[in-house]
Ligand binder design. Structure first.
Ligand SMILES: [Zn+2]
Length: 507
């Protein structure tokens, strides 16, 4: 490989050189290859599709294949002098016109004069007009005249991202193919091949992050890969790739969406606070939540295919979708969409997101103890020998993490649970649904839970589950206490309840 090729952008070097190499457009590529193979090539093609999906690559392949004197089953041989000219990017019979910068009638008139000329070397002169919808009305009319009586040695390939902006008279003269967005897995496969050949060492996880960030454009995906490698060298870590892609908040956005799905007000507010502490832009965080909710909605509507998810993501989103009523999804989307509007002036302010969360999940219940005395629920909690408030959140999280090592499904169930109290050697878990308590109390699950809890607390505990309606779960209060503590307050309730064996002392 010479220096010149080295200096080419990665995506240019990795343009498909055979129809079989075209990623994600198998049907279109096969149809075009067959047309070449049986000698039934059309005089005008219209290739429609989002950017980076292979329109110009296919156009060039058509030009190369029809001019190859010894095509193999419709594929260009890539060895003859003609093919080599195409490989070198210097084929005289391929004329590429960017309609975005050459919109006018003069350009098309010049084109009309030129199409009369015979091809230089090959059988066909191919005119590849990119972004053809950008032509002016006049230019379209001129183009139409040429399309109506094309000289036998001319092939037009019109490419567009916006076919609806083309005059129907032009569309009807063409053989139309619609290209789809490149599926994530297909892009990952291509990136993996490129990495192997270029001796880049990226994990599949990173390739997937890149493919997803490219949103169906293979060109963007390959360009992102090139940028990441240029910046971090040939073996970047997963975190480096995520940082380069600006994905570092992805975990927080998911965390927030998960908390909403679980109706966990404290968890949602904590995710926002943590993202703010990370210095993340709140509007981007909100945008990610909206996107996740959208995916949940698509899954619930039975249109998961439209969400563009990997199998793992699909599983994750399906789990969230199962937790949420469509009404909750809609309410959350509405609240977060309006938070996005409110966040325009100050994209770093967490307030719009906090309000959205409060609107969807309900505000924390106001402290009643001072004016009305303790409610029955509060009495129950404070009457416990040891109550765990703010640290309970941490303990619950640690429990989830510890269980993940043994049993992922169990860890998933645990996310719905709050740690209510540690009464001597009994850890009291609050479950929002009766069937959840049943699952946790299964002997094998109970054993795992007790083992995990012992590991965290440093002594044996037995687990007891209590079923409590969501509204009376102590979580919202936990958040208030935690937030107050964060600001240096010493709440009365903590003073009253603090005592020996309090888990705070153990951590
Ligand atoms: Zn050839």
């Amino acid at each position: 490989m010479g220096m010149e090729e080295r200096s080419q952008a990665l995506y240019r070097r990795w343009r498909p050189q055979r129809f079989a190499e075209v990623v994600g457009q198998e049907l279109v590529a096969r149809a075009l290859r067959n047309a070449v193979a049986i000698g039934r090539v059309s005089h005008a093609y219209l290739l429609c599709g989002p950017r980076g999906t292979g329109k110009t690559s296919l156009g060039r392949l058509i030009a190369k294949a029809v001019n190859c004197p010894s095509p193999q089953d419709g594929e260009p041989c890539n060895a003859c002098p003609s093919c080599r000219e195409y490989l070198a990017g210097s084929a005289p019979d391929l004329v590429e016109i960017d309609a975005a910068s050459n919109r006018g009638i003069d350009e098309i008139r010049r084109l009309r004069d030129r199409v009369a000329l015979a091809p230089m070397g090959g059988r066909y002169k191919v005119y590849l007009i990119d972004e053809v919808h950008m032509l002016t009305q006049e230019a379209h009319n001129a183009l139409l005249k040429t399309l109506e009586e094309p000289p036998p040695h001319v092939i037009f390939v019109l490419a567009t991202t916006e076919p609806h902006r083309l005059p129907s008279t032009v569309v009807s003269r063409c053989q139309r193919y619609d290209l789809r967005r490149i599926p994530v897995e297909a892009a990952v496969e291509r990136l993996a091949l490129i990495c192997e050949q270029e001796r880049f060492a990226l994990s599949v996880e990173s390739l997937r992050d890149i493919a997803r960030a490219a949103a169906g454009s293979l060109r963007d995906a390959i360009n992102l890969l090139e940028q990441v490698v240029a910046y971090y060298g040939p073996s970047p870590t997963v975190d480096q790739v995520r940082e380069a892609l600006g994905l570092s908040l992805s975990g927080r956005g998911k965390e927030l969406a998960r908390a909403i799905a679980q109706r966990d007000l404290a968890g949602a507010l904590k995710a926002i606070a943590a993202a703010r502490d990370d210095g993340l832009e709140m509007r981007r965080l909100g945008g990610e939540v909206v996107e996740t909710l959208r995916q949940i909605l698509l899954v619930q509507a039975g249109a998961a295919d439209l969400a563009g998810l990997t199998p793992e993501e699909k599983q994750e989103i399906e789990a969230l979708a199962a937790l949420m009523s469509p009404e909750l999804v809609m309410a959350a989307m509405k609240a977060f969409a309006s938070a996005q509007l409110q966040g325009r002036d100050d994209p770093f302010s967490p307030l719009p997101l906090e309000l959205a969360v409060a609107q969807v999940l309900g505000p924390p219940s106001p402290p009643k103890a001072s004016s009305q005395g303790p409610s029955p629920q509060e009495e129950k909690v404070s009457g416990a020998p040891t109550s765990v408030e703010a640290p309970a959140l941490t303990l619950a999280e640690e429990l989830v993490r510890a269980c993940q090592q043994f049993n992922l499904a169990l860890a998933g169930h645990l996310r719905h649970v709050t740690v209510k109290a540690l009464e001597g050697e009994t850890l009291v878990l609050s479950c929002p649904f009766p069937n959840l308590a049943q699952i946790l109390e299964r002997p094998d699950h109970r054993e795992l839970l007790e083992r995990a809890a012992a590991r965290i607390l440093g002594h044996h505990v037995s687990i007891r589950c209590e079923v409590e309606a969501l509204s009376s779960a102590p979580t919202p209060k936990g958040y208030l206490v935690e937030e107050a503590l964060r600001h240096g307050a010493i709440p009365l309730s903590t003073k009253n309840r603090g005592g020996e064996g309090d888990v705070t002392e153990g951590t």
